[in-house]
Design a protein around this ligand. Structure first.
Ligand code: AMP
Ligand code: MG
Length: 339
């Protein structure tokens, strides 16, 4: 199969619409990462997404809809807190998990009676969703466990020859996947941190929300996707805390002596320290937003040119950094958690 990479114009959106309507899978840009999109109503399209990604079949998908889509077609109950959060944050990088009507394919939520829904802010994504006017499931357009894609080129690297079309909407400005918040229970529960922060959600609601705790071995969890090793570059990694710079340097020196090519992944402030000592630095930038936007591109650069990635956690904590740290730690975990 030839994989076309085309700019997200009106004409190419029509082409993508035809493919998705016919049950095909196409890659689409969003403001977080690129997604692998297919009709949420089509069992075969949903199954194809799991297959082409190599995604475990207990990791549910998010349905993406345009801003004017009638949610009552797919969700059974719309709690007041969800209305408030939609008004404040959507379109944007916040996914809400609702009780499902069960109208979408049962493969979308992997047997759960809830449905995760997101309204992306990306103008091209909105235009595409408006054109198809159905919920489109769109997990990140990377092979399962590999680093998420923030450009059409990243998607091409993973799926050339496997999907017919990649709509190119430029670099994803957000850079990490959406915040996932379950609003199907008594108290909203944060399932995955992202660019819409826990602090912002609590400020908007006026009360504290729950956070899903790290699952233990064999435990049944609300959001199976959080269990898996994710976002990993194809080179080995070592992760150090911000205050462990000297230990990280020692590790770099030891590996260099063995002939291993080492890259250091760090915030801009730590660049000089490692560069002056002869190491290549892949800089994440300085602000939490810059670090979110650049993380995945840097991880992909690391695997292409180096044999070892030594990552240093940035200093700042909380807010957007909670999401960045969550991805960075998962990228540098050497084995599956609880699986
Ligand atoms: P991805 O599309 O790869 O960014 O992953 C989607 C994330 O949303 C995963 O962490 C899933 O576990 C989570 N998710 C999707 N649907 C549901 C649902 N119905 N309930 C809880 N979590 C969900
Ligand atoms: Mg993903």
């Amino acid at each position: 199969m030839v994989t076309s990479v085309l700019p997200i114009t009106k004409e190419n959106i029509e082409r993508a619409k035809e493919l998705v309507t016919a049950g095909e899978v196409v890659a689409i840009p969003t403001e977080t990462v690129y997604g692998l999109g297919g009709s949420a109503f089509d069992d075969n399209a949903v199954k194809r997404i799991f297959e082409v990604k190599g995604r475990p079949n207990d990791n549910p998908l998010i349905a993406h809809v345009h801003a004017d889509y009638d949610l009552s077609k797919i969700i059974d109950y719309d709690p007041p807190c969800a209305k408030l959060l939609r008004k404040k944050f959507l379109p944007g990088p916040l996914t809400l998990v609702y009780p499902s009507t069960g109208k979408v394919s049962p493969y979308v939520s992997c047997g759960l009676n809830t449905l995760a829904v997101r309204v992306p802010a990306h103008v091209g994504a909105q235009a595409f969703l408006k054109a198809v006017d159905i919920p489109v499931v769109a997990p990140s357009a990377n092979l399962s466990r590999h680093v998420s894609p923030t450009s059409a080129a990243h998607v091409y690297d993973d799926f050339a020859g496997k999907i017919p079309l990649i709509l190119d909407g430029g670099e994803a400005v957000g850079g990490i996947e959406s915040t996932v918040l379950d609003v199907s229970g008594e108290i909203p529960m944060l399932l995955r941190p992202g660019l819409v922060t826990k602090e912002e959600i609590e400020r908007a609601l006026g009360y504290e929300i729950a956070t899903m705790s790290e699952p233990k071995q064999g435990e049944r969890v609300k959001s199976p996707g959080v269990l898996y090793k994710h976002y990993s570059p194809r080179c080995p990694t070592k992760l150090f805390k911000a205050e462990e710079k000297a230990t990280a340097l020692q590790a770099c020196l030891t590996e260099k002596e063995k002939g291993v090519t080492v890259a250091v992944l760090a915030e801009e402030g730590a660049r000089k320290y490692f560069e002056e000592r002869g190491f290549a630095v892949l800089s994440l930038g300085s602000t939490p937003q810059e670090m979110a936007a650049s993380l995945y591109a840097r991880l992909r650069e690391a695997e292409q040119s180096f044999q070892l990635l030594v990552a240093i956690e940035p200093n700042e904590q909380g807010g957007v950094m909670t999401g960045v740290m969550n991805r960075l730690r998962k990228a540098c975990t050497s084995s599956d958690v609880a699986h």
